[in-house]
Design a protein around this ligand. Structure first.
Ligand SMILES: [Zn+2]
Length: 446
């Protein structure tokens, strides 16, 4: 099929694809502990029906030792054609009222800007919709062998890595098509080629044997909270760049994010400046970042005129794609152990060392994806990084070391607000991504 025929065909299919997306948004498939199982199970069932209707006649819910089941199916392509694994996930983040939604999160809502709002509209029910549209455009008869894996626990403790390790044969393929990403801006196509890793630790600072009266001892006797604050502040310089010796940094030479777009999507308060130096792309994907994500100390309500002997914080560091997490974490721990003021005692407990991911971009499938995307969007394709780390990608790589990865999707960074209030998707972006996926599969099938 030539491009204009695919474009026409997909346009005709979009009302149905969007209706299905809206139905899926209305099912609150939050797989987190403490949330009801029924909607997640209903979501799995309904998604399974749609996937079967779209051509994966043998699709089924797979057995897993714990948690919600992944959906898996296969359509054999012409003999000798390559094998492509389509990935998306059917679970979503919670949407608590405290996030400040302006429309009901589980009622799909079309607003004046043309976007569809609701939890999961983007992340990642739009990925499922994109796969459904692709299958329908191909009338269930793809030019490659297709396998589909739709995960049910991506947003919480995932069971999919275990599943992949237990069934490596199901994931033997030439290309993983991970449709759980997006362009930096709607209509401006990018391939996601690098994901940051994530390390963390807790640090406890001790200065005294026991609490002391602040009037009697304050002055000469150091309190642990002030010592901890100074230790934490030593992790970054005045501009907010990471100041830890031995941590890997660099520059990002792919697509950039405009500062104004970044500010808008981050909802910075008036007068608050961005931290760090270099382009926003450098700061997101070329350099590490450090944040204190939790503190244990007496609460204000319970406070009295007392010097505290002990205070703790959890420190999280996002690491540069391709760097070694154990080495980066070791550098962070070393800094914390050696930079406390006033001889305060420091104890650091490592918590997590998750690697990032770098996609090879020189293979034939990635080249085909770049062409397909450029034709679908009518413009050249850039490269972007992604802040989230997806450990699953490493596991997929270990069971199919020769396979290429294409990471893309309709979740635009500027507008989608994934995981936050008022998550949304642009339906035209889904349409362009369906066209891109159809074109890609055609190119791969020769
Ligand atoms: Zn996602």
């Amino acid at each position: 099929m030539p491009v204009y025929e695919i474009t026409d065909k997909v346009r005709g299919l979009m009302p149905g694809v969007i209706a299905d997306l809206e139905e899926l948004i209305s099912i609150p498939s939050v797989a987190f502990p403490g949330y009801p199982a029924e909607p997640v199970e209903r979501m799995a069932q309904r998604t399974l029906e749609l996937v079967r209707e779209a051509g994966f006649a043998d699709a089924r819910l797979m057995d897993v030792p714990w948690g919600y089941p992944p959906i898996y199916g296969e359509i054999p392509g012409p003999p000798g054609s390559p094998t492509v694994v389509l990935y998306a996930h059917y679970d979503v983040q919670p949407a608590p009222e405290s996030q400040g939604w302006t429309s009901e999160p589980f009622t799909p809502t079309r607003k004046d800007d043309g976007r569809i709002y609701g939890r999961g509209a983007s992340d990642d029910k739009s990925g499922i919709a994109t796969h459904l549209g692709t299958l329908r455009a191909l009338e269930g008869n793809p030019p490659c062998t297709l396998r589909i894996i739709l995960e049910g626990m991506e947003e919480t403790e995932s069971n999919l890595e275990e599943f992949v390790e237990a069934h490596p044969d199901l994931f033997d393929c030439d290309l993983f098509l991970i449709t759980d990403m997006g362009n930096l801006e709607v209509g401006e196509p990018v391939l996601t080629t690098a994901l940051r890793g994530d390390v963390s630790c807790t640090v406890t600072v001790r200065t005294l044997e026991h609490p002391l009266h602040s009037g009697v001892f304050g002055g000469p006797a150091p309190d642990a909270m002030m010592a901890l604050a100074r230790l934490l502040s030593s992790l970054v310089d005045d501009a907010g760049d990471v100041a830890v010796e031995g941590v890997t940094g660099g520059v990002w030479d792919g697509g950039d994010v405009r500062e104004s777009d970044f500010r808008a999507s981050a909802d910075l308060l008036p007068g608050v400046s961005l931290t760090g130096t270099g382009s926003v792309g450098d700061r997101l994907w070329g350099k590490p970042s450090i944040n204190a994500i939790g503190v244990d100390i007496t609460s204000i309500d319970a406070s009295s005129n007392v010097l505290h002997p002990e205070a703790s914080a959890k420190v999280s560091m996002r690491i540069v794609p391709g760097s070694e997490p154990e080495e980066e974490l070791a550098a962070l721990v070393r800094h914390l152990e050696t930079h406390a003021p006033w001889g305060a005692q420091v104890e650091v407990t490592p918590a997590k060392a998750a690697p990032g991911f770098v996609c090879a971009t020189d293979g034939p499938a990635v080249a085909a994806a770049r062409e397909a995307m450029a034709e679908a969007f009518g413009r050249p394709v850039g490269e972007a990084g992604c802040g989230g780390s997806i450990p699953l990608l490493r596991t997929l790589q270990s069971v199919a070391p020769e396979a290429e990865f294409v990471l893309w999707g309709p979740e635009d960074v500027a507008g989608s607000r994934i995981h936050a209030s008022d998550e949304s998707v642009d339906p035209e972006e889904i349409e362009r991504m369906v066209v891109a996926q159809v074109l890609l599969l055609q190119k791969l099938g020769g």
